[in-house]
Design a protein around this ligand. Structure first.
Ligand code: RM4
Ligand code: MN
Ligand code: MN
Length: 405
């Protein structure tokens, strides 16, 4: 028996002695699906600068190659979320074919109504009706792109907001947002959902039009049941209890999905679980204890100083591990402890799950999926990065994609 076999066997016996069905657990882990973001493979940085990495993809087709490599290594990243116009192509059917040929499927389509200079005072909320129309036309075009690529989700983030008190009428902006989104909602096909993302601040520093989950949910309730809230872990005030937001949205059937990342101070877009792994675990506890299936789970990270592919692989593995740990929580005992007011026993049941080293199980599940036992090591040892770097450096590199908001 190798070392890996023996650590796996001892984990299995300890889990079985806790009454956990490891086969069922492995089955659930094996069906976890993470969407990786095309923009996470490309150049991105801070507002102060971007450190370009050799071998970075030059277009969406090269981003797909990287996404496929992440899926090959982890077995858990079969979908890729796209951002337009960053991922624009002249022929959408060629892009659809490339996604399939890479062994991937398309994730959510992310429109961009935040970069064009016309959006200085907002997109759908802009006081100028012509600019509102332009933003809406882009959103409608993205819905058509979603249809052409077979995507079922339009993921909407608006940079809209004001910097100064008095700059614009707060209720007027809300009305314009509702009108624009209402028109979009009635135009999209039945198999598409709107995922409405909120963010407390940045780039607007006085009043963001969709600043929190409440203002996003209110608009979703008005739009209809295919409008749901998207939770980005970097978009809250300090100390906000994100797992509670998750629980409440799930209960209302309005949890559309996640943008996973981590932060220390603001919208830092760091690798998921890097700063607060316990928070990530608690979010998964809420996801697995609810009655719904897992929602759309997407990464939204910006890798500035770390190697991008390693960062994405690390993130997918951390999501596998967090999900696995959340499945170890003894729901029956937890309910009992809660009902009898046994505060610390209830808390300890969460700690028992969180403190279990599930890595040998995740490794076993990955090999069962035909992926890598140790994805990071395999990536570092493989020639993939070198080969792509040589190939991609042979021609002029593309301009870096714009700084990450
Ligand atoms: C925003 C938000 C969006 C992402 C942009 C680039 O902060 O997280 O999801 O599309 O950044
Ligand atoms: Mn996001
Ligand atoms: Mn963000």
């Amino acid at each position: 028996m190798t070392d890996t076999d023996s650590t796996y066997q001892s984990l299995v016996s300890s889990l079985e002695s806790r009454g956990i069905d490891t086969q069922a657990l492995a089955g659930k882990l094996g069906s976890l699906e993470i969407e990786t973001p095309s923009w996470g493979y490309a150049d991105s940085g801070t507002r102060f600068g971007t450190f370009q990495q050799p071998g970075r993809p030059r277009d969406v087709f090269e981003k797909l190659q990287d996404a496929a490599e992440v899926h090959r290594l982890t077995g858990t990243a079969p979908a890729v979320a796209l951002h337009f116009p960053w991922d624009s192509v002249s022929d959408l059917s060629e892009l659809a074919d490339a996604i399939t040929a890479a062994g991937l499927k398309v994730g959510a389509i992310n429109p961009n109504v935040f970069q064009d200079p016309d959006y200085r005072l907002g997109s759908l909320t802009n006081p100028d009706p012509g600019i509102r129309r332009k933003a809406l036309d882009h959103l409608l075009e993205c819905s058509q792109i979603a249809t052409a690529l077979g995507s079922t989700g339009l993921s909407l983030w608006f940079a809209d907001g004001t910097n100064y008190p008095g700059q614009d009428d707060l209720r007027g902006r809300r009305a314009r947002l509702e009108d624009g989104l209402g028109e979009l909602y009635s135009a999209i096909p039945e198999d598409q959902e709107l995922l409405v993302e909120y963010k407390l601040f940045e780039p607007a520093f006085y009043a963001t039009d969709l600043a929190d989950w409440g203002s996003a949910l209110l608009i979703c309730l008005k739009l209809g049941e295919r409008a749901k809230v998207l939770v980005d872990l970097g978009h809250h005030a300090q100390g906000v209890n994100i797992e509670q937001i998750v629980a409440l949205l799930e209960r209302e059937g309005r949890l559309g999905g996640f943008h996973f990342n981590n932060r220390k101070y603001a919208d830092d877009d760091l690798i998921v679980g890097s700063v607060n792994p316990f928070e990530l675990f608690l979010i998964f506890v809420e996801l697995t204890s609810g009655s719904s299936e897992l929602p759309r789970l997407t990464l939204d990270q910006s890798h500035n100083i770390e190697p991008k592919l390693e960062a994405v692989v690390r993130s997918v593995m951390t999501l596998q591990e967090s999900y696995a740990k959340s499945l170890l929580v003894d729901a029956g005992e937890l309910a009992q402890a809660q009902a009898s007011g046994d505060v610390l026993r209830a808390h300890e049941l969460l700690l028992d799950a969180f403190n279990t080293d599930v890595r040998p199980l995740c490794a076993r599940v990955r090999t069962g999926l035909g992926a890598a036992e140790d994805p990071l090591n395999e990536l570092r040892r493989s020639a993939y990065v070198q080969v792509q770097t040589a190939r991609r450096s042979a021609q002029n590199q593309s301009e870096p994609t714009p700084l990450k908001g």
